[in-house]
Design a protein around this ligand. Structure first.
Ligand code: C5J
Length: 221
C-alpha cells in the first residue's frame, strides 16, 4: 500500500484504488480580480499563485487513475438556494447575484463561477455545484463517492479555512481519511491557512493529514 512517510502528523497510508482527489472552488470568482473574493476586499494574487501546483496535482492524480472531483461554490440564477443571511451579510463591493465584470457574482453558468481554464475539468470528471461552504451539504457528493467506492480523499483548492476545511470536516465525520496538499491550497489570510493546517493535524490527525504536493505525487507514482 503506498504511503506518504513525511505526511503530518504521521505517515499516511492509502489505497489508490479507493482514493479520489477533490479540488475545491478553483473558480474565477475567487482567484481573478473582479470576482467575489476581490469584492470582499481580498488580494487574489496568493490564490492565483497556487494554480500551477494544483494543475500538477490534478495531472498526477489523473495519471494514477484517481477520480478527480471539482467543486464550485455557486447559486441558482433565482437565488432560491442562497440564504438571505449569506447574501446580505457585511458590506461587500458586490453581493452574490450582483452583476460584476465576470457576470453575476457566484451564479451558476456565469463566467466568474467557472473553474479557471488552467484547471478545467475533463468532460468525464464530476463537477459539484454547491450552495454552501461544505461540498457535502445539499449536493450529490456523498452518493458519487459511495458509487466510486472511495474511502480516502486528497484535498486541494481554496480557501483553506473556509470551503476546504469545512468540506474536510464534513468528510472526516462521514468516515473518510482525508489529506490536504499543503501547497495546493491557499487563503487570503496567511495566518488562517497556517492555523487550519495546524488544526487539521492536531490531536493525532483529528481532522486528517497534510503533505506537500511533491510527496503526494511521489506516492502516486
Ligand atoms: C469562500 C470558499 N471563502 N470557496 N469560499 O467564501 O472558500
Amino acid at each position: 500500500m503506498p504511503a506518504i512517510p513525511g505526511a503530518l502528523p504521521f505517515s499516511f497510508a492509502f489505497d489508490p484504488a479507493s482514493t479520489a482527489l477533490i479540488v475545491i472552488d478553483m473558480q474565477r470568482d475567487f482567484i481573478e480580480p473582479g470576482g467575489f473574493g476581490a469584492a470582499l476586499g481580498n488580494d487574489v494574487a496568493p490564490l492565483q499563485a497556487i494554480v500551477p501546483t494544483v494543475a500538477r496535482l490534478i495531472a498526477g492524480a489523473r495519471a494514477a487513475g484517481l477520480p478527480v472531483i471539482h467543486t464550485r461554490e455557486c447559486h441558482r440564477p433565482d437565488l432560491s438556494d442562497c440564504p438571505p443571511a449569506k447574501r446580505l451579510r457585511g458590506a461587500p463591493a458586490l453581493r452574490i447575484g450582483d452583476a460584476g465584470p465576470m457576470g453575476r457574482i457566484l451564479i451558476a453558468g456565469e463566467p466568474g463561477a467557472a473553474i479557471v481554464p488552467a484547471l478545467a475539468p475533463l468532460p468525464d470528471e464530476i463537477v459539484i455545484d454547491k450552495p454552501g461552504k461544505g461540498a457535502f451539504y445539499a449536493t450529490p457528493l456523498a452518493d458519487h463517492l459511495a458509487r466510486l467506492g472511495t474511502r480516502t480523499l486528497i484535498f486541494a483548492g481554496v480557501t483553506t479555512e473556509v470551503c476546504v476545511q469545512t468540506t474536510m470536516r464534513e468528510a472526516n465525520d462521514r468516515g473518510f481519511d482525508c489529506l490536504l496538499a499543503e501547497d495546493a491550497t491557499e487563503s487570503y489570510f496567511p495566518a488562517f491557512k497556517a492555523a487550519t493546517l495546524a488544526m487539521i493535524r492536531a490531536q493525532g490527525a483529528i481532522v486528517g493529514w497534510t503533505a506537500t504536493t511533491d510527496a503526494v505525487l511521489e506516492a502516486l507514482q
